[in-house]
Write a protein that binds this ligand. Structure first.
Ligand code: NI
Length: 402
């Protein structure tokens, strides 16, 4: 049986994606989305697994025989963005939009579920479907893990649409593919005074200005040229008047890294610079870290299997550059090895843009890939010969590309 969705199923998946797109729900508020997914899966006779989640849900296919568990994940939440696509199925909710294509991911996983359900009797294990809430706030993966849904999972897979890759291609790489996204907030405490009498105070603005400049030396002086990092201060706030030196200055921003060692070193240097500059100006400062996800690091073995599966699903495999965006899929990879891939959607705009869109002709590719990678992983884990035809050709191709 082919993994390619036939025309009625493709139309159905596009309909599902458009319905989700028109009715976006923000992170942690995906109640209607969850109900709709439950209904669609129910129509296909797919069983909902009982994990305690406020929004989002877990379903399972297979398990008719004792065997390994493989998880597939789609994120389901939208962003607080006012949509400007002008699409006939544009968001009906002011200030909310599926601007990262999680509607596409959800529809793709439903498509994979339908394809896998047709083969349920032959599955040598269980495919667990994770419809995850709150990815945009980097909270949902932790909730899914907390619910116990990763328990027993031998390998976990997910995808993200990629506007700059053409439809029909898939970006797979071993090692890091998305960044750790750490947030920071720094509060500098000085001593306020009249602007005409600065010697009577301790100026938090001058201190913060020196910190901002000095922090930019971390990437250039403390990170190897062979590694990479981004330190961006994105907001600075201080003062209320032109003739008053304020008590406080506050700034925040983000750090992106692809390696846990680099991440730890950049954070260590960040605090050292903040504390040292504060001391130099006689002020005090506190750094507060707002936890982002760690880097998404693909397991070499499963990246390789993903490439085989992608080839079987008829996709061209390319090696993409890692993205400096964050993804809480990283947390699943701390629980079980797996691979996260970029699926080409030839979009007009980058993620999180008000005119973001996907080419829907990529939807059957995404569904086929997810089904294929689950079959491939189950076959490998259960020690059977890989499913599908032309194993040697697919394998050879994957080896050269992965
Ligand atoms: Ni996203």
């Amino acid at each position: 049986m082919s993994l390619q969705a036939e025309e009625p199923l493709v139309r159905r998946l596009i309909e599902i994606r458009r319905r989700l797109h028109a009715n976006p729900e923000l992170s942690g508020e995906e109640f209607e989305t969850t109900a709709a997914i439950r209904e669609w899966l129910g129509q296909e006779g797919i069983r909902i697994a009982d994990y305690p989640l406020k929004t989002g849900l877990v379903a399972e296919i297979g398990g008719l025989r004792e065997g390994p568990i493989v998880a597939l994940r789609a994120d389901i939440d939208a962003l607080p963005i006012q949509e400007e696509t002008g699409l006939p199925f544009a968001s009906r909710r002011p200030g909310a939009m599926h601007a990262c294509g999680h509607d596409f991911h959800t529809a793709a996983l439903i498509g994979a579920a339908v394809l896998l359900k047709r083969r349920e009797a032959e599955l040598p294990g269980t495919v667990r479907l994770l419809f995850q809430p709150a990815e945009e706030k980097a909270k949902g993966a932790a909730q899914v893990i907390e619910s116990g849904a990763l328990s027993g999972v031998a390998a976990v897979f997910g995808l993200h649409n990629k506007p700059d890759l053409p439809v029909g291609t898939i970006g797979i790489r071993s090692g890091p593919i998305m960044a750790a996204a750490d947030g920071f907030a720094v509060e500098v405490d000085g001593k306020g005074t009249h602007a005409a009498v600065p010697e009577a105070g301790l100026d938090p603005l001058i201190t913060a200005a020196h910190m901002l400049t000095a922090l930019q030396s971390i990437v250039s002086r403390n990170v190897s040229s062979l590694d990479s990092a981004v330190v961006s201060v994105t907001r600075l706030s201080a003062g209320t008047s032109w003739n008053v030196i304020p008590e406080k200055a506050i700034f925040d921003g983000t750090i992106r890294t692809f390696d846990e060692g680099v991440r730890a070193e950049v954070r260590r240097r960040f605090e050292q610079v903040v504390d040292g500059v504060a001391a130099a100006f006689g002020t005090t400062a506190r750094t507060r870290w707002t936890g982002g996800p760690p880097p998404v690091v693909n397991d070499p073995r499963w990246a390789h299997s993903a490439a085989i599966a992608a080839k079987r699903a008829g996709l061209a495999v390319v090696e993409p550059k890692p993205s400096p965006a964050g993804e809480d899929f990283a947390l699943y990879l701390k629980e079980a090895p797996g691979a996260f891939v970029f699926l080409g959607t030839n979009g007009p705009r980058e993620w999180h843009h008000p005119a973001f869109d996907v080419d829907e002709s990529a939807l059957p590719h995404a569904a086929a890939y997810l089904a294929s990678v689950a079959l491939q992983a189950l076959a490998e884990l259960s020690g059977e010969k890989s499913a599908g035809s032309e194993p040697d050709e697919a394998h050879a191709e994957a080896v050269t590309r992965a």
